[in-house]
Ligand binder design. Structure first.
Ligand SMILES: *Cc1c(COP(=O)(O)O)cnc(C)c1O
Length: 395
């Protein structure tokens, strides 16, 4: 990987040490230009006319997303974010009293809120599968919990607030043999390392464009396995979802497009296509190797600082690093890093309540490098943490 060239093609690298790829990755110049060119075209010739002119590239985005996760273009729907993509799948499942939704301790906050709403509405039950000794979802416990009441297993592959990689393929083996639908929230993993729906064995997968994929904000997608499609009734209907074919009748459209909406921001769709193409060109194996190695190097360096430590769970870890400096609030650590031109975020406790109630460690500072970051940038962040740790411990 030619990191120097990749950095030259990433305008943000000239201005910031960007360690917030779990928030939003930096756009490449090619992706930026793809989007601005389309906005210019819309302004010049009209929005509908611009979309017509770029029909082939718009369609290509579905094929590229499919290739990225190992599926087919007809099984992909595009959305304005990962949350709406996930909701399109989840709210299309039917639940009744006594049905069970199994999830993990690291499930994304919005997903848990949706589970709780549906539980309240239908009398279904939400069951949290315990972690194993590594702090990842316990696959054996999951297998033991699954019974005829289980209508869904919903898991976040990589949580928003930590470096853990859940054993998705192990979960897939269990759900497949039990015949239970498996909805994988792969928002933090897609674009960070290889994610393949068949290797994992999930039935539905969702992700965002803007994080490790380096696509634009306001984009996301859903992949639905062909066998799952007929078991879902799209929770909303509109002209993109179905054909009104009699005064009283309609027919769902082919494939996963039935979950989408007619109106879309095509500059974003084209930008997403550009970002996915770049990830595929670079190779997800190479991307994953470098991102994960930078995460591990950063973790090691922070843990070597007296008065600082990391809090990432799991046997397998990724490029997300969560840390704390003794005696300094996470928000103050973030502010100091910002002062040095280093972008990070803080994990909100209320968005990972299962983990918050279990470990009580949030808020943590979240540093998330990507393949275009350098070891030197990691050192700059660690230097700031070192300075804070010294000041934070006058005792
Ligand atoms: C960011 C995130 C989401 C939500 O993605 P949006 O595109 O903001 O809707 C969902 N799940 C996880 C694990 C995330 O980190």
């Amino acid at each position: 990987m030619d990191v120097t060239a990749l950095r030259r093609e990433t305008p943000g690298c000239a201005h910031r040490v960007h360690l917030n790829n779990a928030g939003a990755g930096l756009l490449s110049r090619r992706t930026l230009e793809t989007m601005t060119a389309h906005l210019e075209l819309e302004a010049r010739i009209g929005g509908y006319e611009a979309a017509t002119e770029r029909t082939r590239d718009i369609e290509e985005t579905y094929a590229l997303v499919a290739e990225l996760v190992g599926g087919k273009a007809r099984d992909v729907a595009l959305f304005d974010n990962a949350t709406h993509a996930w909701q399109a799948a989840f709210y299309s499942l039917a639940f009744g009293p006594g049905d069970r939704i199994l999830t993990g301790r690291s499930e994304y906050g919005s997903n848990v809120l949706a589970y709780l709403q549906v539980a309240q509405r239908t009398g279904a039950e939400v069951v949290v599968v315990p972690d194993d000794e590594h702090g990842q979802l316990d696959v054996t416990a999951l297998a033991n919990l699954i019974d005829e009441r289980t209508k869904l297993v919903g898991v976040s592959h990589v949580p928003t607030g930590g470096g853990l990689v859940n054993p998705a393929a192990g979960i897939g083996r269990v759900t497949r043999s039990a015949g239970v639908p498996f909805l994988l929230d792969a928002t933090q993993s897609v674009g960070q390392f290889p994610v393949d729906v068949h290797a994992i064995g999930c039935d539905m997968l969702t992700a965002t464009g803007r994080k490790f994929l380096r696509g634009p904000r306001g984009t996301g997608f859903l992949w639905v396995g062909p066998r799952m499609l007929d078991r879902l009734e799209p929770h909303v209907n509109e002209t993109a979802a179905s054909v009104w074919d009699g005064k009283r009748g309609f027919t769902w459209r082919e494939g996963a497009r039935r979950f989408g909406t007619w109106e879309m921001g095509y500059a974003g769709v084209l930008g997403l296509g550009s970002a996915v193409r770049q990830a595929l060109d670079l190779g997800l194996d190479a991307i994953g190797e470098r991102a994960t190695a930078l995460g591990a190097a950063l973790r090691e360096r922070i843990d070597a600082v007296p008065g600082a430590r990391t809090y990432d769970l799991g046997r397998e870890r990724c490029a997300i690093v969560t840390a704390k400096v003794d005696g300094v609030a996470a928000a103050d650590v973030k502010a100091e890093l910002t002062r040095h031109g280093i972008n990070v975020t803080v994990t909100p406790p209320e968005q990972s309540l299962f983990d918050t109630e279990d470990r009580g460690v949030h808020p943590l500072v979240r540093l998330s490098p990507h393949y275009y970051n350098t070891e030197d940038e990691l050192d700059r962040a660690v230097d700031v943490l070192t300075g804070l740790a010294r000041r934070g411990q006058p005792r």
